[in-house]
Design a protein around this ligand. Structure first.
Ligand code: PLP
Length: 396
């Protein structure tokens, strides 16, 4: 069967045809440098302002608050390192959570090596950062708090507005990695007291290699890349015009379709979870049932390795992920599943399916049917499963 079912939209998304179409002119005839003053360049400059306006529109902020970057990773690095270095004279303490993306966690580890102190907040069993936990960790020398808007593995949507309210009167900057959330849920940086926010185009049906950092008025981060005067002197380098144009279009479409998509995906997500829970024994939903990304299903299956299921499902034309895409290939248990206190065996049996608006009920049914087959097969080969259900190995 040549069917391909793509259920790994947290890893990346398919570029929308409409998005690709509006990028093509900038990869072909309209190749000018946005910094040049003749028409061929100026057209590109206009295209950048249009994209900036579209993204600002989605966040109800001003275009000047949006800085284009190469993606979520760069935005996170810039926000954290830029803040730490420029505010080191005021304090060298930063707070983040134990379930952040590696773009944040590894950047924090880099800062630790350079003399900064990081507090990694515990989360509860659903992955939520509790207001009290943050409150207790805050210190007068805390210069930044970075908590992701939604988690890429288990879909937990943090109470960002509440956390922002708590931080409103503290001098620490509040950064949120909204890479999984942007285009999926409404985000209001100003109302929620967010100082900086990261997003990435390829997570909302735009091209790879483009992203942005929202920075509120009144904060001037030190430049992360040094060179020309691009991005108002804050981020040097000739802009990735085609990708940025595509990102602007993708952001606009995401905002327009958010309500419909949310409802559709949520219904399918819940259908998938309930079918699995009803029909497959020894499984466990990871992450919350409420305040969960509408497209995220993460379930652990006992007596199997998630990675094995990923490979077997791939042979059936189904793309999904074991734990997090960034940890696949490594045997290490995901830091997120560890932080929500899953037993290592349960964590290793985790599978993540992330849907999109094109996913159908037929896709989900097909996936669950194949899942049941491959799961049966792998469990039967597992000796602890066999002794658990009482099949004597000598008879098999
Ligand atoms: C994908 C992802 C990133 C990294 O974004 P890139 O654009 O791929 O560098 C950062 N944070 C989260 C939560 C992500 O899901």
């Amino acid at each position: 069967m040549n069917r391909m079912i793509y259920l790994d939209n947290a890893a990346t998304t398919r570029i929308t045809d409409e998005v690709l179409a509006c990028m093509l002119p900038f990869l072909k005839d309209s190749y000018g440098n946005p910094s040049s003053i003749y028409d061929l360049g100026a057209n590109n400059k206009d295209a950048l302002s249009e994209a900036r306006k579209k993204i600002a529109g989605v966040l109800s902020c001003e275009p000047q608050n949006i800085f284009f970057t190469s993606g979520g990773t760069e935005s996170d690095n810039w926000a954290l390192i830029g803040t730490a270095e420029s505010r080191a004279h005021q304090g060298k303490h930063l707070i983040t959570s134990k379930i952040e993306h590696h773009a944040v966690i590894h950047t924090c580890q880099y800062l630790e090596k350079r003399g900064f102190e990081i507090t990694y907040l515990d989360v509860d069993e659903q992955g939520f950062v509790k207001k009290e936990t943050l409150m207790n960790a805050l210190r007068p020398d805390t210069v930044m708090v970075s908590i992701m808007t939604a988690n890429n593995e288990i879909g937990t949507i943090q109470p960002i507005a509440e956390l922002g309210e708590l931080l409103k009167n503290h001098p620490a900057y509040f950064h949120t990695d909204a890479v999984q959330a942007f285009g999926q849920i409404p985000i209001k940086p100003e109302e929620w007291h967010i100082d900086m926010l990261s997003a990435s185009s390829h997570k909302f049906h735009g091209p790879k290699g483009a992203g942005f950092l929202y920075v509120r008025d009144g904060i001037r981060l030190p430049s992360f890349l040094h060179g020309g005067k691009q991005e108002r002197g804050q981020r040097a380098g000739t802009e990735n015009v085609a990708a940025i144009v595509g990102m602007g279009k993708a952001a606009e479409i995401a905002a327009q379709t958010m309500g419909v998509r949310d409802e559709r995906e949520r219904a399918l997500r819940d259908y998938m979870i309930s079918r699995i829970e009803k029909e497959i024994p020894y499984c466990h939903l990871n992450g919350p049932r409420r305040n969960r990304l509408a497209n995220n299903v993460n379930i652990s299956f006992s007596f199997v390795e998630g990675e094995t299921l990923v490979v077997l499902l791939d042979m059936e034309g189904i793309c999904c992920s074991g734990g997090s895409a960034c940890t696949s290939g490594q045997v290490a248990v995901s830091h997120v599943l560890k932080a929500i206190h899953l037993e290592p065996e349960t964590a290793r049996g985790a599978l993540r399916f992330t849907l999109n608006e094109e996913t159908t009920k037929a896709d989900i049914d097909y996936t669950i049917d194949r899942l049941k087959e491959v799961l049966d097969e792998s469990r039967r080969m597992n000796s602890s499963y066999r002794s658990f259900i009482g099949i004597n190995q000598r008879h098999s």
